[in-house]
Design a protein around this ligand. Sequence first.
Ligand code: PSU
Ligand code: MN
Length: 305
Amino acid sequence: MVHAGKVRFSEEVADAISDRLPIVALESTVFSTLGLPQPANSDALERCISTIHDNGAVAAITAVLDGEARLGISSNEWERILNCDTKVASRDLPLSIAERREAGATTVSASLAIAAAAEIKVFCTGGIGGVHHGYSETGDLSADLYALARHRVVCVCAGAKAFLDLSRTLEMLESLGVPVLGWNTNDFPAFYLRSSKLPIPPVRDAASIVSVFENVSALALPQGILVGVPIPEEHELDPEKGWGLIDRALAEAKEAGVRGPDVTPFILETVAKETQGESIPANLALLENNAKVAVEIAKEFQRNS
Ligand code: PSU
Ligand code: MN
């Protein structure tokens, strides 16, 4: 194992860095019990990793293990993520290392920080966190947005989770100066749904994304780029059903008094229960599809380096 500052690399990732192979970083909360119910979480992990490998890149999962920030975990450690129920966002990273926590599942915000520390340029997830409905009362807005503004990494996702206030999420990203690009779409994707009907500039290929990234670097701007990839058509949930469901899950969360970092896992679980698993295949399909797009971008970076 090799260290970069406080981040410990797996051997595979360390070798990939020195051999200049394309690398795609992944978060671990989505693969923990907080992101997907078992055994869908392990399916998701396997499908993402094999998609990345089969398409010719190296997968680098971030996590906190044995009190260390990690980039790349080996398959014999996957179990520890799959069973993990401790969420580590960016602000939790320093404490979980100081307290030498055994295992922590990193969110998008923590993962972007780890990826940036290792100069990994491409990160991939399902959906980012954003501005929650009722923000003006609760002040609940995901640290993922600030992390996008702070770390120069391309974040590939299927938009923000559909239960968020997507319009305010886009406003916030605008305020933070984060370019948001649509992968062959003019609309910000809404996770289970292909479109939120909120317009964003489209890009056609990986080369366009790399060129935007290079301009960010050339201008010495600090931020990353958000790439929204719509869920494949055949896996999209019925839009009517989708929105009704989300409204019910939000109402349930409010009634149950769920707050802070517990809101997102609660809603994900409620949606999964109510769709009797219909949302799970959709979730897996979009993760796999995002992984494919992320590899294309990582390879384009490599060709340009
Ligand atoms: N979207 C999913 N599953 C998840 C998450 C998002 O479909 O597990 C996780 C990600 O790790 C994301 C985090 O970074 O939720 C955001 O949490 P919060 O809203 O508390 O910032
Ligand atoms: Mn929150």
